[in-house]
Ligand binder design. Structure first.
Ligand SMILES: NC(=O)c1ccc[n+]([C@@H]2O[C@H](COP(=O)([O-])OP(=O)(O)OC[C@H]3O[C@@H](n4cnc5c(N)ncnc54)[C@H](O)[C@@H]3O)[C@@H](O)[C@H]2O)c1
Length: 263
């Protein structure tokens, strides 16, 4: 099915590893023009090469730290200048280290908030600057099921993701009049298939869970399996397409094997 994304200009942040990599490759299969913003230029470059082989109309990589607004503005400018528009943005970057709240420090809180929440504010602000005059576009933020129910060892992270859900609903309400749709996808545990799907800056560079822990997670889920990047990417492409989700905005969609079920 043609999802209407052929030749569209799409920005994916954190497109070098794991879920972001899967999102880039899913847009590539749709023939999109893709701009990847990642702090790990080398790993993102490898994904760009693969994306071109798998059908992307064009791919460029910009070394970008999403916590810095000037760098994010340069990223959106680069997509707009090279591909003539900015049709879809995926705020995928996120960062955490698992620990109990009482073990964490204010420096850690600050880092989590800056990357996860300020990063989404920066990207959304810079995206809207381009999308409002063009009267259209889609923004999808990758949140987490940790935003929907408390998750031990993810206190500050879960808080930033809950903030993202609320923020995206507000920008959906404020910008629907311009034809701009804003949605969230909440993954559950989502692991790379192969080691080379993550770079050194990925949270998965060192395994976050032992194989036994992953088995337990899978057994606890209604679908009895953990997620793969492609699972999340399919939902992102669905929400980004004006054909499949042209009347969908302000929504928070869990893609987590049934971990959370919110009515
Ligand atoms: N993987 C999971 O189990 C899981 C579960 C729930 C939610 N999520 C969310 O999904 C998203 C992707 O997760 P992932 O597992 O693929 O992460 P990952 O750590 O594997 O990859 C993150 C990517 O972002 C890049 N990055 C990190 N900090 C950056 C910054 N400041 N600026 C630009 N790029 C930066 C890294 O270089 C890397 O390429 C995140 O928002 C995460 O919170 C993941």
């Amino acid at each position: 099915m043609d999802l209407g994304l052929k030749g569209k200009s799409v920005v994916v942040t954190g497109g070098g590893s794991n879920i972001g990599r899967g999102i880039v490759l899913a847009f590539a299969a749709e023939g999109a023009n893709i701009t990847i913003g990642d702090i790990d230029e080398g790993q993102a470059g490898k994904v760009a090469e693969l994306a071109l082989k798998q059908g992307a109309a064009g791919v460029q990589v910009l070394k970008t730290d999403v916590s810095q607004l000037d760098q994010v503005k340069a990223l959106m400018d680069a997509a707009h200048t090279r591909y003539g528009s900015l049709d879809a943005v995926v705020n995928n970057v996120g960062w955490d280290q698992l620990m109990f709240f009482t073990q964490s420090t204010p420096e850690f809180w600050d880092k989590v908030i800056r990357i996860n929440y300020v990063g989404v504010l920066n990207c959304t602000f810079a995206a809207l600057e381009k999308m409002i005059p063009a009267k259209g576009g889609s923004i999808v933020s990758i949140s987490s099921d940790a935003s929907r129910q408390g998750e031990p060892r993810e206190a500050v992270y879960g808080g930033t993701k809950a903030a993202i859900n609320s923020f995206m609903k507000t920008v959906a309400k404020e910008n629907g009049r311009y034809g701009i749709r804003c949605n969230c996808v909440c993954p559950g545990v989502t692991i790379p298939e192969f080691d080379d799907e993550v770079g050194g800056t990925s949270m998965w560079a060192k395994p976050l869970f032992t194989p036994e822990q992953l088995e337990k997670v899978a057994a606890s889920l209604p679908l009895k399996k953990v997620g793969r990047p492609r699972d999340i990417a399919n939902a992102v492409v669905f929400l980004s397409s004006p054909l499949t989700a042209g009347h969908v905005t302000g929504q928070v969609l869990s893609v987590s094997g049934g971990y959370s079920m919110i009515g």
